[in-house]
Design a protein around this ligand. Structure first.
Ligand code: HEM
Length: 151
């Protein structure tokens, strides 16, 4: 015996609504996990930069000290990982400026990462002078990056 149409709606409509809400919540969580939520990404950039600052201080102190090479290498390795994460995030200062600005920011960040690799290569070769020159270059890139992108 079949039910009148309004009974069928009473059963299926709430179920369809719950399914739609569940799908929406699931998609929103996925977007945040992938860094698509702006606040999440920008908060991270500040934290990453703060940490980078601490490591750069120790790098400046230890570079040139051959006896401390292993520690200096470990510091540079940490800095590379931080810059690797920072370069795909969006600074507050350019969040409304579109894709071209984002790519310019990424370019300066990638240049910094390259200099960090140059410093690593110099340290692995035991060339303290080349490592010191790299630190100077990194300092210039930091200054340029902050002039352009730090509010
Ligand atoms: C060795 C290189 C770098 C170090 C040690 C460093 C360190 C720091 C530190 C300590 C801060 C926080 C400062 C504060 O809040 O007063 C900061 C912020 C920032 N840095 Fe760097 N930085 C470096 C390179 C760069 C580069 C190359 C760029 C750009 C391409 C950049 C972009 C920024 C931006 C956009 C902020 C502001 C982040 C925010 O608060 O949301 N930094 N950085």
């Amino acid at each position: 015996m079949s039910q009148p149409p309004e009974y069928r709606y009473r059963f299926w409509l709430p179920l369809a609504l719950i399914a739609a809400l569940g799908l929406f919540a699931w998609q929103a969580t996925g977007a945040e996990e992938h860094g698509e939520h702006d606040e999440h990404a920008e908060g991270s950039l500040h934290e990453i930069m703060e940490e980078l600052g601490g490591h750069f201080k120790s790098l400046r102190k230890s570079v040139g000290d051959a006896g401390n090479n292993d520690q200096t290498l470990a510091t540079v390795h940490e800095m590379q990982a931080l810059m690797h994460a920072a370069k795909v995030l969006t600074p507050h200062s350019i969040e409304d400026k579109g894709a071209a600005e984002q790519l310019k920011y990424r370019k300066v960040s990638a240049q910094s990462l390259r200099v960090m690799c140059d410093i690593e290569i110099a340290l692995l070769a035991g060339d303290q002078d080349a490592a010191k020159a790299g630190v100077k270059e990194l300092n210039n890139l930091q200054r340029a990056g902050h002039n352009q992108y730090k509010k």
